[in-house]
Each structure stands twice: as structure tokens, then as C-alpha cells.
Design a protein around this ligand. Structure first.
Ligand code: B12
Ligand code: SF4
Ligand code: SF4
Length: 357
């Protein structure tokens, strides 16, 4: 039955598909065949070692993440897409001002889930015009049970580096990944090959030793996990290492030689430009911002994942971990409703107590 449906599909011109993807705003596009790639097998051991921490959804969906046919049984190809989100702002490692709240650059602008999903919807609509009504697809951007970097590597978009990020030879790793899984047979691209060589800069630069061996990351130590994925209290033993990281972390990408090229000038209207509220602001300044204004600035941004309470919790930890006098005094003075949340209040207490020790 599946074959009959697939047989009734019209052929799709891959060169034309890639032109269409570029016109829709995707910076790189490649095709991966459906296959049992060896890299898909690393996930089960990674989970067994506990590296997912409290991201239980990764355990629940592990079977589907290991086999893309469990996501779409008729799948024949994966159209892998990369979208550059870098903008011209200094790297956190270049910033000499420790009072500044560090926010990962992927989260500065509009929520990439929404922006990229809309572009993929347009690509799928075009694909349907080409292939006909028997087309079956699943389109995801960080939202589906798919090991996106593995398919991106096999689609030729780049290689999985020792920092575990997908690195494109031309553009570096400031790329959102997304994919359209479809039942159309498309000519696959060559897989990208590893160009890390004997470099170990990312492993040495990680402030918490989260890259436990080349290509293997223990999320429980990663500042991105601690500030975004941990939903309640941040384990006290990790708080001091958070420094000024108020949301996510970019260090292992900033030190990567493949990200040394500067971003182009700001493109007016780019969805990835930082929102004014978060553009180069200090920890104290953000803490002093009223809840209503912070909430409004988080709306439709990727930072909404941690929400207002998560952001306040993280800012309190940043104040304590950096020992920034202005931020600590702000913690004592500001009394917005979110500051009374028990989790936030406990982190404020931790930050203030730390200075008394
Ligand atoms: C869970 C998750 C996280 C977790 C765990 C990250 C991780 N490295 O696994 C946390 C919260 C820490 C995280 C952080 C970040 N994330 Co994240 N995350 C994901 C998610 C949802 C799943 C990743 C996953 O499956 N991990 C499981 C492990 C096993 O996979 P892996 O690390 O990719 O490992 C591969 C290789 O390292 C290699 N490998 C593993 N073990 C071994 C062993 C040996 C011996 C060898 C040779 C190879 C090898 O094979 C693995 C593939 O199976 C993906 C979206 C998706 N659905 O894929 C986004 C995704 C990976 N994240 C993304 C981003 C942007 C980030 C951050 C940059 C955000 C930030 N600035 O704070 C950081 C980067 C941290 C880092 N160095 O990876 C992007 C990455 C884009 C890119 N260019 O690579 C993705 C693809 C989302 C997207 N759609 O754009 N993330
Ligand atoms: S994102 Fe930061 S904490 Fe996480 S592995 Fe990279 S450098 Fe380490
Ligand atoms: S810093 Fe070096 S080892 Fe790490 S991902 Fe980049 S090239 Fe690879």
C-alpha cells in the first residue's frame, strides 16, 4: 500500500527544491537518505549514562529518535535545512564587563520555532505542488523526535564537532537545524566529514567540563541545561559556575575556529536581532525591570522557554555567582511579584548568603 502511494508521487527536482529553500530564507539545504546511520546508536548509551539529566522527554521518545520510520513509516528522504542566526555582536568570551547578563545568541530574537516552522510550511506547500497529493511529510524544528544533527551531517550540511554542534564548513555552527521528512525519493547528498582535526579548544574552554570526552556532552554540567532545562531549583553545587550566564551558553562555539568569521552587518527586519530589552544589559538592570515589562519582552522569543520565573531565578544566581555589588543590591531592593516565588526567593537567598560566607 505504501509503495502504491509512493509510486503515485511525481518526481521532484532537487536543484529546484534547494533554490526554493534558499528563497524561503534557508541558508543551507541538503538531502539525507533514510538509513540506519551508526551515529543514531549513540543516543541509547548517552541516555543510559544519565547525560540527559531531567530531560525525561528524551527517554520517552528514545525509540522514535533511533528510527525515523517510527516517525513517518513511509519516509524515504530527509530534507535537512540550516538557518544562520548569528548577528554582529561581540562574543561573551570577548566581553570584558562581568556585570553584563550573558544570553545565548540563539535566543536573542524571535522564537525560531515559529519563524522556521512558517518557512517549512511554505516549503511543504511547494513540495506538494510538485509531488502531488500523495505526499506525506513531517516537518520539525527542534520539536520532533529526530536526531537533527545526525541527519544534517548525512545531508552534507556539516559535521558534528567535538563540542557536539553541527559545523558548516562555510558558515560555522550558528545554525538552527530543521527538517522535512518525506515519502519522496530524493537524490541524497554526500555526508560531511569531520574537520575538527586535533583541535580541542571547545573542550578546554567549557567552564564546567561538560564535554566529558570529544563529541560527548553531559547535559547535567552544561550551563545551557542548567539555566534553561532545569525547571525547579538549580543544584547548589553548580550555581557558582553559572557566572553571568543568565540564559544558555555559547562558549564552546565562540572559541571554535570555524566561527571566527564575523557576522555581516545587521539586516533590518531580521528576526534574529536582539530585542532591545536584552541587548547588552547588565544583570542589575534586568533584575530591576518590572515583571510586566520582562514578560512582554519574553513573549514570542525563544527565551519564553524558561519564562519569567526561570529568568529571575537565573539572574539571582548570576548576581551571587559574579558577586556583582550592583546586582546584589538590586536583589535586596526590588520586590516584584515574581521575586516572591519560592524558587526565585530561595535563589535570591542563596546569592545573598554566599556573600556573607
Ligand atoms: C537535548 C538538546 C540539548 C541538550 C543536550 C545537548 C547535547 N549535546 O546533546 C542541552 C540542553 C545541553 C542543549 C544545549 C544546546 N543546544 Co540543544 N538540542 C537538544 C536536542 C533537543 C536533542 C539533542 C540530542 O539528541 N542529544 C543526544 C545526544 C546523544 O546527541 P548529540 O549530542 O547530538 O550527539 C551526537 C554526537 O555528539 C555524536 N556522539 C555522541 N556520542 C558519541 C560518542 C562517540 C565516540 C562519537 C564518535 C560520537 C558521539 O553522535 C551523536 C548523535 O547521536 C536538539 C534538537 C534535536 N531534536 O536534535 C537541540 C539542538 C542540538 N540544540 C541546539 C542548540 C542551538 C543548543 C545550544 C547552542 C543552545 C545554547 N546556546 O545554549 C546548546 C549547545 C550545547 C552543546 N555544546 O551541544 C541546536 C544545535 C544546532 C547546531 N548547529 O548544532 C539543535 C539541533 C536544535 C535546533 N533545531 O537547532 N541542547
Ligand atoms: S554550552 Fe557552555 S557549558 Fe555547555 S558544553 Fe558548551 S561551553 Fe560547556
Ligand atoms: S573548537 Fe575545535 S574541536 Fe571543538 S568543535 Fe571547533 S574545531 Fe572541533
Amino acid at each position: 500500500m505504501t509503495l502504491e502511494i509512493a509510486d503515485s508521487l511525481r518526481a521532484v527536482d532537487v536543484a529546484e527544491l534547494k533554490r526554493r529553500a534558499a528563497a524561503l530564507g534557508f541558508d543551507v539545504c541538503g538531502i539525507a537518505a533514510i538509513a540506519e546511520y551508526p551515529e543514531l546508536g549513540f543516543l541509547s548509551e548517552w541516555l543510559a549514562r544519565g547525560y540527559a539529566g531531567e530531560m525525561h522527554y528524551l527517554h520517552r521518545s528514545a525509540d522514535r529518535r533511533g528510527d525515523i520510520r517510527a516517525v513517518l513509516p513511509s519516509a524515504r528522504s530527509v530534507i535537512s535545512l540550516g538557518t544562520i542566526y548569528n548577528v554582529a555582536r561581540p562574543y561573551s568570551t570577548e566581553n570584558a564587563d562581568p556585570r553584563q547578563a550573558s544570553i545565548a545568541r540563539y535566543a536573542w530574537g524571535d522564537d525560531y520555532h515559529t519563524v522556521i516552522q512558517q518557512r517549512m510550511d511554505a516549503l511543504v506547500a511547494w513540495l506538494r505542488e510538485q509531488a502531488g497529493p500523495a505526499l506525506e511529510t513531517r516537518a520539525y524544528v527542534d520539536t520532533g523526535p529526530v536526531q537533527e544533527r545526525v541527519f544534517a551531517q548525512h545531508a552534507g550540511l556539516g559535521w558534528i564537532g567535538k563540542n557536539t554542534c553541527l559545523i558548516n564548513e562555510e558558515h560555522g555552527s550558528w545554525l538552527f537545524l530543521s527538517e522535512v521528512i518525506c515519502n519522496v525519493q530524493l537524490e541524497p547528498d554526500q555526508a560531511a566529514f569531520d574537520q575538527c582535526g586535533d583541535c580541542t579548544l571547545c573542550i578546554e574552554a567549557c567552564p564546567t567540563g561538560a564535554i566529558v570526552e570529544p563529541y560527548v556532552l553531559d547535559s547535567r554540567r552544561c550551563l545551557s541545561y542548567l539555566t534553561i532545562e532545569v525547571k525547579g531549583a538549580i543544584p547548589p553545587e553548580h550555581r557558582s559556575s553559572i557566572g553571568s550566564h543568565a540564559y544558555g551558553c555559547d562558549i564552546c562555539q565562540e572559541v571554535c575556529p570555524w566561527n571566527a568569521q564575523p557576522a555581516g552587518p545587521d539586516q533590518p527586519g531580521s528576526p534574529w536581532l536582539p530585542r532591545a530589552r536584552f541587548d547588552g544589559r547588565s544583570i542589575a538592570e534586568l533584575w530591576r525591570t518590572p515583571d510586566a515589562e520582562l514578560r512582554a519582552s519574553l513573549k514570542n522569543s525563544a527565551m519564553s522557554r524558561a519564562g519569567l520565573l526561570g529568568l529571575r531565578r537565573n539572574l539571582a544566581v548570576c548576581a551571587g555567582a559574579t558577586g556583582d555589588a550592583e546586582a546584589l543590591s538590586a536583589l535586596r531592593q526590588v520586590d516584584e511579584p515574581a521575586c516572591d516565588d519560592p524558587i526565585v526567593a530561595e535563589h535570591v537567598h542563596w546569592a545573598l548568603e554566599l556573600q556573607d560566607d
